[in-house]
Design a protein around this ligand. Structure first.
Ligand SMILES: CC(=O)SCCNC(=O)CCNC(=O)[C@H](O)C(C)(C)COP(=O)(O)OP(=O)(O)OC[C@H]1O[C@@H](n2cnc3c(N)ncnc32)[C@H](O)[C@@H]1OP(=O)(O)O
Length: 792
């Protein structure tokens, strides 16, 4: 019976160049047997079995994790969901099946499944919560999709009469048993049988075009040819599965074969794996073509064992660098290909505009397409640049027909295509008219449109959002979601996590270096910053916040935070026990990749800096900032802030010329500005003489750098708030204080960076910047000293 079912599914899948899913629900051993029956019946050329447990008799390919499935496809993929059901793994498994292929899922009985807690659920049970606090809503929703979407067969193992297997549905799209079936046309998008031809006048070798699978890819590769000429830029956009990265890889290979140095970058090497796979196929292919039997035609690629680099025979190469490093264009590449460009900050993307030729590839929708300003701001910037820009859009799916029901199912089950409300629907919304709304998991489940918009907004604003996050949103006990809704549309959303309130034993383990899941802020304060009591009070961390891109800068984000503060902050400052029961917390917190604008946004919302990470994020180049906002005047939250703000100030005094030497000066100024620990100034007379001298007379910075540093810290921390006496520092002076005095850069480089005509002018500017600081912080002695120069 299972064999017949599998054969029918396979036949239909092949005829339509679509995929089909077989679900074998029941106990695991029966599921494994059923999977073998199915595999034997369809006799595939390639199979992958993904399981965290033993028990399979033969394994044609057994990847250690679904990561290994990336960039390769199979005729049949079996995903064993018994031990753990990881949404990300499901997404990768679906993506690893070609049109005409089958995805086999081994699951517990579908009715029982939502109530079963597995190892993935265990990862959602972050202390102080236990696994019993994790819910099964994601799975409930998922089971619903298995039972309702076309193209999915469900076999309930051993539940038929006499313990036979019962076919709950056969999943055949053509069959009458499927209420939701659409009359999918057999003839849609048959796989091309002959490879596309090179267009006339093509400059890339014919092999490049023969490697394309669709006409859209041919058009894209053709557009990439322009990268051989300086002054050209290409923007390639597509949905997932359209082969945009492959087209970029083919182009990279062809460019390298013509001798070019092609630099490839992407948020993670994983994103660029496809680019590299195609580039190396093309280069290797050309090498074997060119071999003339002289015996040394060995493949030279990766001669240094470097998997992030492919050397082409004529001296060209394709190499990968992480974005922050790549943006400096080391070794002057001839062309740059930025994959998943929308995931990178605009500031970094601008660095690539100094390359001779550059291509930006982006996913239009879905997790990879998360735009941080690419679509709107950066494309405008690119058009205003001297580059001749070509746009290509790829619409044809590569590996399966357009109507593939499994793609539609996966998109829905994992919300791969969730997106924010369309611009027109939210245009004109006023912040005062929006309603604050709790998005409880039950409400989200009951209202698919609400779920899609809220999750879509989080995905669009945050590159790192992934299918597992959908499961977290619905099932994790420590998370809560809140939104502003206007005219029924989600216009801003925040994902919040409860942290802290850990018992003494857990705190001790954390302090001694053990990883405790969740609890990001308590963990940093405890293990890195050595505060064993930091995880005692209860915090509410904003994990993510996003305003609809059409409404940013209009006060929605601020209002949403105000509402959250109001909801969770009442009754703050209650004693010292850090009791987190009920809805109130001791402090709010946030950790994020610091930019000057975000620092300002959080500071205005009342958050204060306690930490700036020493390492930079590889993709964005940003240092992450941690900020706190206590709920009471002198409760546990404010005591936590007081100690860590002072520690931050003291750490930066030395760290800025060390680990933080390269941090953007506006980020330094923004982080210090939000530090509430004032800087005590205690200079000796001789130090004051140097400072006053440098400002008003003949003194020199180098005679008392420490004194200059303390004053700079004080001025940047306090900002211009209390300065009735002197002029506030302007932006350039702030940068000068950071670069020269706090980060200890050489005069020449500071003068150059900040646009002073000479180092002497830069030195004079520093003296001028200290005049108001002498007036503001000067002792009686300092002010008398100053009089000598003024009255002269
Ligand atoms: C933990 C985290 O999630 S931190 C990351 C925050 N989220 C993002 O970066 C996603 C993209 N950005 C957004 O969704 C929003 O711009 C938010 C959430 C940062 C701010 O919400 P908004 O409704 O735009 O903010 P609101 O109008 O209340 O306040 C304006 C301030 O927000 C900040 N801001 C506004 N737009 C942006 C933006 N595109 N990027 C960064 N900061 C911004 C600025 O400080 C701005 O003040 P300014 O105009 O004087 O510079």
């Amino acid at each position: 019976m299972i064999a017949a079912l599998a054969r029918d599914a396979k036949r239909e899948a092949e005829a339509a160049n679509e995929r089909r899913v077989l679900v074998f629900a029941g106990d695991r051993d029966s599921g494994i047997d059923a999977a073998y029956d199915a595999i034997e019946a369809v006799d595939p050329t390639s199979t992958a079995i993904v399981s965290t447990r033993e028990g399979f008799r033969f394994e044609e390919h057994r990847p250690r994790s679904t990561d290994e499935l990336l960039g390769r496809t199979r005729e049949v993929v079996v995903l064993d969901c018994h031990e753990q059901f990881v949404p990300n793994a499901l997404g990768r498994s679906v993506g690893a099946v070609d049109g005409g292929g089958l995805l086999v899922l081994l699951t517990p009985g579908l009715d029982a499944w939502p109530a079963i807690r597995d190892r993935f659920d265990d990862s959602l049970a972050v202390p102080p919560y236990g696994i019993e606090d994790v819910t099964g809503r994601f799975r409930e929703r998922f089971v619903g999709t298995l039972r309702s979407h076309p193209g999915i067969a469900v076999v309930s193992l051993g539940t038929g009469p006499d313990g036979n297997d019962a076919i709950e549905r056969d999943g055949l799209v053509g069959s009458r048993g499927d209420a939701a079936a659409e009359p999918t046309v057999q003839a849609t998008a048959e796989k091309p049988t002959t490879p596309p031809n090179a267009p006339p006048n093509a400059t890339f070798p014919a092999a490049a075009y023969e490697a394309c699978l669709t006409d859209d890819q041919v058009r894209a590769v053709r557009a990439f040819e322009s990268l051989a000429t300086p002054g050209h830029a290409v923007v390639a956009e597509a949905d997932r599965g359209r082969g945009k990265s492959s087209a970029a890889g083919i182009a990279a290979g062809a460019l390298a074969l013509s001798g070019a140095d092609v630099l490839v970058t992407a948020p993670a090497f994983r994103n660029a794996a496809e680019v590299f796979a195609r580039a190396s196929e093309l280069i290797e292919g050309s090498e074997s073509d060119g071999e003339d039997g002289d015996g040394d035609g060995g493949n030279e690629r990766n001669s240094e064992g470097d998997t992030h680099r492919i050397d082409a025979p004529g001296g060209g190469r394709v190499r990968f660098l992480a974005p922050a490093e790549a943006a400096d264009l080391p070794d002057d590449p001839d062309a740059v290909i930025v994959d998943e460009a929308a995931a990178l900050p605009v500031r970094l993307l601008e660095g690539f505009l100094d390359a001779p030729a550059v291509a930006f590839c982006t996913t239009v929708h879905g997790y990879e397409g998360a735009g941080r300003g690419f679509a709107i701001r950066f494309k405008e910037r690119l058009r205003a640049s001297p580059f001749a820009v070509r746009d290509v859009r790829l619409d044809e799916p590569i590996r399966y027909a357009r109507n593939d029901p499994v793609e539609a199912w996966a998109s829905r089950a994992l919300l791969l295509d969730a997106r924010p409300a369309v611009d027109e629907a939210v245009a004109g919304s006023a912040v005062g008219d929006a309603t604050y709304r709790r998005l409880t998991p039950d409400e989200l489940l009951a209202d698919e449109a609400l779920l899609r918009e809220a999750f879509g907004l989080l995905v669009a604003a945050h590159y790192r959002t992934e299918p597992n996050d959908l499961a977290r949103l619905l099932d994790a006990p420590n998370l809560a979601a809140r939104a502003l809704v206007a005219e029924g549309r989600v216009v801003a959303v925040a994902l919040l996590a409860r942290e802290g309130r850990l018992d003494a034993e857990t705190r001790r383990r954390m302090y001694e270096g053990e990883r405790v899941r969740g609890n990001m802020v308590p963990d940093v304060l405890t293990s890195q910053l050595r505060d064993e009591t930091a995880a005692e009070p209860c915090g509410l961390r904003t994990v993510r916040i996003a305003t609809h891109h059409a409404l940013r800068g209009e006060g929605f984000g601020t209002r949403l935070l105000d509402e959250v503060h109001e909801e969770f902050g009442e009754g703050g400052g209650r004693g010292t026990d850090g009791d987190c029961d009920g809805d109130t917390v001791d402090y709010f917190s946030v950790g994020y990749g610091a930019t000057p604008r975000l620092l300002r946004f959080w500071r205005r919302a009342g958050y204060r800096t306690v930490h700036l990470s020493t390492s930079r994020n590889d993709a964005s180049g940003e240092h992450s900032a941690i900020m706190l906002r206590p709920t009471g005047e002198d409760g546990p939250g404010s005591r936590l802030l007081d100690r860590h703000a002072a520690a931050f100030r003291d750490r930066e005094r030395d760290g800025l010329s060390d680990a933080h030497r390269d941090v953007d000066p506006d980020v330094v100024a923004g982080a210090l500005r939000a530090c509430p620990a004032s800087m005590p100034i205690d200079l000796t007379e001789i130090e004051w003489r140097s400072v006053v001298g440098a400002s008003y007379g003949p003194g020199m910075y180098d005679s008392a750098p420490g004194a200059f540093r303390d004053l700079a810290l004080a001025a940047l921390i306090e900002g211009d708030d209390g300065s009735e006496t002197g002029d506030a520092l302007d932006d350039r002076e702030e940068r000068l204080l950071v670069r020269k005095v706090l980060q200890g850069r050489p005069w020449e480089s500071v003068a150059d960076e900040l646009g002073y005509v000479s180092t002497a002018a830069c030195m004079r500017a520093l003296g001028d910047a200290y005049e108001p600081l002498v007036e503001r912080y000067g002792t009686e002695f300092a002010l008398e000293e100053r009089e000598r120069f003024i009255s002269d």
